[in-house]
Write a protein that binds this ligand. Structure first.
Ligand SMILES: *Cc1c(COP(=O)(O)O)cnc(C)c1O
Length: 481
């Protein structure tokens, strides 16, 4: 827990300069706002907006590895569709969805007052990825996509599928011949928990050996759930990044091992991006088509950055300048924010950590407890991201409680980070200044605010009740309007 000020009306521009930030590496950064750096270093909630945001996003985005475009979003979506009959067979919970791993779009007007969004500033919606089947979090999108892509490559290579095989043929991949091939390969990943759950569950369902390298801070119930599904869990001292490095090093020694690299994988990023095609249909069903008069604001919890960057990339491809994407990070783990500030000042080369800013990387939001951002995700977001804001743990827990009370949804602390966004943008001086600069002030009444809730389905009831009780106590002690 930290000593942050979680008042949503806080404006970073009001803070005095603090010695914490002045002694950090960013002190050398003349272009970064001193007050913002002070708030960042003192773990107080703040909003950073991106000076490099492109008025009209380019059709292809440079990621270092490869340029990506809307065609790649469609390709990832098509891969999920090819695998749907197989997934339906492997997972009983997908019987009704035809093998699609999807979540609803929920109206949430009743929650708007409690999170500080006034009706004249737009309408609140929730993209309910906390309820995604199979993995119980947004990792179902990226993680499962990468395992499917690997399985598909092997199946083609080993003649298990004919080139141009049709959807129904993919059910063959559940047969003994395919499983015998897959069992000779290992899928490994380093994870704080949720990515391990999605990769481990999917890899073992297909017959791969699955190994998850976990950091010491991963929740015990996540380790237990994986082990009960036949996944090997290797625990590492230290943080998430050290678990990834250890897993990566081990995988390099073994040619039959595919390592899912959360910091470098384009397959993960594109798996997340596919979410926007279903979302687009859901918005249309509600009569929402983002344009200049009806802007779409999307608030995405951010860990290493792959999930929110994949989705933001897809949204900008679909809606161009009418989608405004903001990432949400814990005040103690704002790795994407420090990455973007570094990139702004030093060019794309640096990869700073939150420790460089004197922060602890300790937070209840275990899905977001990442010290260093993915450089791939940061490169993709360079001109597409509108901004990043930070949220104190107290506010995460309070919003977790309010989401249950006013929207009836059960989420984990990480998944609550998006709820701080509408007030940060519409209720603070820094947010309002940004809206004015982008000519949005007068169209806010017809804006759509979409909060992406990213995990929660598999949180054990006992653990959830503890979060809820803490959140309720915090909501009672610091009501906001
Ligand atoms: C992983 C995760 C995120 C963020 O995804 P990144 O790719 O790490 O940025 C957000 N919410 C939850 C619940 C997660 O597990």
């Amino acid at each position: 827990m930290n000593d942050s000020n979680s008042d949503p009306t806080f404006s970073p521009r009001d803070t005095a300069h603090s010695p914490t930030a002045a002694s950090g590496p960013a002190a050398a950064a003349p272009a970064a706002d001193a007050a913002l750096l002070a708030a960042l270093g003192a773990a107080r909630p703040c909003l950073w907006t991106n000076p490099l945001l492109a008025p009209h996003p380019p059709a292809a985005v440079r990621t270092g590895a490869k340029d990506i475009s809307l065609a790649d979003v469609h390709a990832a979506h098509a891969r999920f569709e090819r695998f749907a009959p197989l997934l339906q067979r492997l997972f009983p919970e997908l019987a009704d969805s035809g093998g699609a791993i999807e979540s609803p779009l929920l109206p949430a007007a009743a929650l708007a007052p409690a999170i500080g969004l006034r009706p004249e500033r737009g309408t609140l919606w929730i993209k309910a990825d906390h309820s995604l089947p199979v993995a119980g979090s947004i990792k179902a999108r990226g993680g499962i996509h990468e395992v499917l892509e690997f399985a598909e490559q092997l199946a083609l290579q080993h003649g298990l599928l004919a080139e141009g095989a049709d959807r129904d043929d993919y059910r063959l991949l559940a047969e003994p011949a395919a499983r015998a091939v897959f069992s000779r390969y290992q899928v490994a990943v380093g994870s704080t928990g949720n990515l391990g759950l999605s990769i481990g569950v999917m890899a073992s369902a297909l017959g791969f050996r699955a190994v998850v390298h976990m950091s010491a801070d991963a929740k015990p119930w996540k380790k237990d759930r994986l082990r009960s599904r036949g996944v090997e869990v290797i625990e590492h001292e230290g943080d998430y990044q050290q678990a990834v490095a250890a897993g990566r090093a081990q995988a390099q020694q073994d040619p039959t091992c595919h390592f899912v690299d959360d910091e470098r994988s384009l397959s993960l990023l594109l798996g997340y991006s596919a979410a926007v095609l279903r979302l687009d249909a859901q918005l249309r069903e509600q009569g929402i088509a983002p344009d200049a008069r009806r802007p779409l604001f999307v608030y995405l919890p951010c860990g290493v950055g792959g999930a929110p960057a994949g989705i933001a990339f897809g949204l900008k491809q679909l809606y161009g300048p009418h989608a405004h994407c903001f990432f949400a990070e814990p005040t103690q783990s704002p790795c994407f924010l420090v990455q973007m500030i570094g990139a702004e000042v030093n060019g794309a080369g640096g990869n700073p950590s939150v420790y460089d800013y004197g922060l602890s990387n300790r937070t209840e939001a275990d899905g977001l407890a990442v010290p260093r951002a993915s450089e791939l995700a940061a490169a993709a977001m360079r001109e597409l991201l509108s901004g990043v804001y930070t949220v104190a743990d107290e506010q995460l827990l309070r919003d977790l409680y309010l989401a249950k009370r006013d929207a009836g949804i059960e989420i984990e602390p990480s998944a609550a980070a998006g709820f701080g966004g509408p007030a940060m943008l519409t209720g603070t001086e820094a947010g309002q200044a940004w809206l004015a600069r982008h000519g949005l002030t007068d169209v806010m009444a017809t804006a759509t605010h979409l909060v992406w809730t990213t995990g929660g389905l598999f949180v054990p009831a006992e653990e959830y009740r503890r979060f809820l009780a803490r959140g309720e106590a915090l909501a009672g002690s610091s009501a906001r309007s």
